[in-house]
Design a protein around this ligand. Sequence first.
Ligand code: SF4
Ligand code: SF4
Length: 373
Amino acid sequence: MEYIQYGKTGLQISRFGLGCMRFPKDENEAVAMVRYAVDKGVNYLDTAYIYNDSEVITGKALRDGYRDKVKLATKSPIWNIKSHLDFEKYLDEELQRLGTDHIDIYLLHNLNPGNWITVQKYDGLRFLDRMIEKGKILHKGFSIHSTTEAFKEIVDSFDWEMSQIQLNILDEHQQIGVEGLKYAAQKGLAMNIMEPLRGGSLVNNAPAEIQRLIGSFPEKRSIAEWCFRWLYNMPEVSVILSGTSSLEQLQDNLRIFNQARPNVMTAEEQKLIAKIKDVFESGKSIGCTGCRYCMPCPKGVSIPDIFRLYNNYQIVKPNPIDQGIYQNNMVPFASGADQCVSCRVCTRHCPQNLDIPQLLKQAHGELSKPWRP
Ligand code: SF4
Ligand code: SF4
């Protein structure tokens, strides 16, 4: 296992971090899986208040001396916060669930526009500094699914030590993207990557053409291995989180990360990744190029952003991540497709001749369906 300098924290962290969001259903199996990972050198565990019973099971796994072998990260449920004191109330509950007296890395969970307003309203940044003074947390960070611009604003607002973003081969230029990764890393933040396989959908829903592409490449690697390799190749990436739900998956991940080093990809390998992306993206169902000639919509509809989310959703369906972003980051802020009044101002400017109001209805129907994180 390779260990890296974790930003400016002074910590040495394993390149592979165990995501505790998708534990096996059997609790004993989950505990055994966590301990297996730690025994193999993984020293970063990532959980959250919202991950069902993950904190309780993680706490059980960390008994018998395992707590001292890891750096433990968990997250504040910002959407539950109704006052400044609520931050500490939830932190205390998490400490109790996890059976520990401190959290090594504490994250404000998913700073989408609404949650960021909550953090500012109830002074969540002062809470983090107060908890460091009390010793309840040791390092402070945040996770986020949002835009690069919103991410940069948050990065510049506080003396953060780390951030956790979604990044994978299909999100290179989406959400925070590689641009945001480099921006924050250059400011000294340790950068955790979540959803490296988009919740497993890049592996589970890979078209046969992708198997043919990787099968004909001289070095034989699985699609999961290529996705991880694309990430650990970037020196700005600190820890890659993978939420394995079986010992077999964990063992395969550990095998892959035994060879994880930055700057290892050749030009031919990068071309292969580009071809893999092309195959995934050829499954797009709305031919929006993202040119933004249709913007601004007088009703505030984020037309290209909605089409991009919808296309992502279609590529690797079922994909709750894009539904979550739409329902949490767009609809509540009056930029969803439900704001469209079919005035057709936008269609006059679309070089692709898209029937935008009709396609917005289609996208809204899918992206509004119930989802689970
Ligand atoms: S048709 Fe809908 S999306 Fe297009 S400009 Fe009018 S309100 Fe906006
Ligand atoms: S003008 Fe058409 S192609 Fe361009 S962003 Fe708008 S919908 Fe997409």
